[in-house]
Write a protein that binds this ligand. Structure first.
Ligand SMILES: Nc1ncnc2c1ncn2[C@@H]1O[C@H](COP(=O)(O)OP(=O)(O)OP(=O)(O)O)[C@@H](O)[C@H]1O
Length: 234
């Protein structure tokens, strides 16, 4: 379980904040982190990954600080963590030095599935190829906690659906997944739960099954949050 308590995160050079009083994400849950540009989605994922200091509060993973769980986590972001002057195979060798669970054979399978050139320098890759490489590296870490920040950015609709399907097929099924995205329709059938942020605060948190029972789509629910929240008016 990921647990946040009284988390207060601010940046020294802006007024932006993230404040989460309490949040629990049980093991195995697939959670969409949704919200407008600048609402704090990336900040939330970075805070969970232990990137940057918190002003207050604590974040634990299975009761321990994130640094103790780092080998079981993968953070997939457009910024990428790869080394541009290496080839994917060299990058994999580098990662396996850090991540004992890194699965080289699986990584190579994913390269093939994504049709990525294994022996070409990463800096020559297109944006979409870099993201696919990042996803392959993340999945090959065989993480228990997978955090994805806008993994489908900059891709055409077919490529987005493929990547989403591939990501899902690459999971064992017991991972906890947090995924930020603006692609509400595409993500709806994948996630168990949606958390909606606005201006650094959680404005809604619902289970997709509950929405279905009420006969609502995720888009309807997001619209309802906007219509009923006074905070969207300023
Ligand atoms: N390093 C930083 N220094 C100062 N302010 C920052 C920094 N990173 C983010 N912010 C600010 O924090 C707020 C939340 O940013 P964040 O990147 O978390 O939003 P987001 O919901 O992921 O947005 P998007 O959908 O556009 O990716 C924004 O107002 C942003 O300008």
């Amino acid at each position: 379980m990921i647990e946040l308590k009284y988390v207060d995160k601010r940046y020294p050079t802006s007024n932006a904040l993230l404040y989460v009083n309490g949040l629990k994400i049980p093991k195995g849950e697939i959670v969409g982190i949704l919200g407008e540009n600048g609402s704090g989605k990336t900040t939330l994922l970075k805070a969970i990954m232990g990137i940057g200091e918190l002003q207050n509060g604590e974040i634990t993973i299975e009761g321990e600080p994130v640094v103790r769980q780092y080998a079981r986590m993968a953070f997939i972001t457009e910024e990428g963590s790869f080394l541009p002057n290496k080839t994917p195979l060299e990058y994999a060798a580098f990662l396996s030095g850090f991540f004992p669970r890194f699965d080289q054979a699986y990584f190579q399978q994913l390269l093939e599935r994504f049709e990525l050139p294994a022996r070409r320098k990463i800096r020559t890759f297109s944006k979409g190829q870099k993201m696919k490489l990042e996803m392959s590296a993340g999945l090959a870490k065989r993480p228990d906690y997978l955090l994805l920040d806008e993994p489908f950015v900059g891709k055409d609709v077919f490529s987005r659906r493929d990547s989403l399907k591939l990501m899902m097929s690459g999971l064992r099924g017991d991972e906890t997944v947090l995924i930020t995205t603006h692609l509400i329709d595409e993500i709806e059938n994948v996630i168990d739960r949606a958390i909606v942020l606005h201006k650094g605060l959680i404005r809604a948190d619902f289970l997709i099954d509950d929405l279905r029972e009420e006969g609502k789509s995720l888009t309807d629910a997001m619209q309802e949050v906007r219509d009923t929240s006074p905070y969207y008016r300023d």
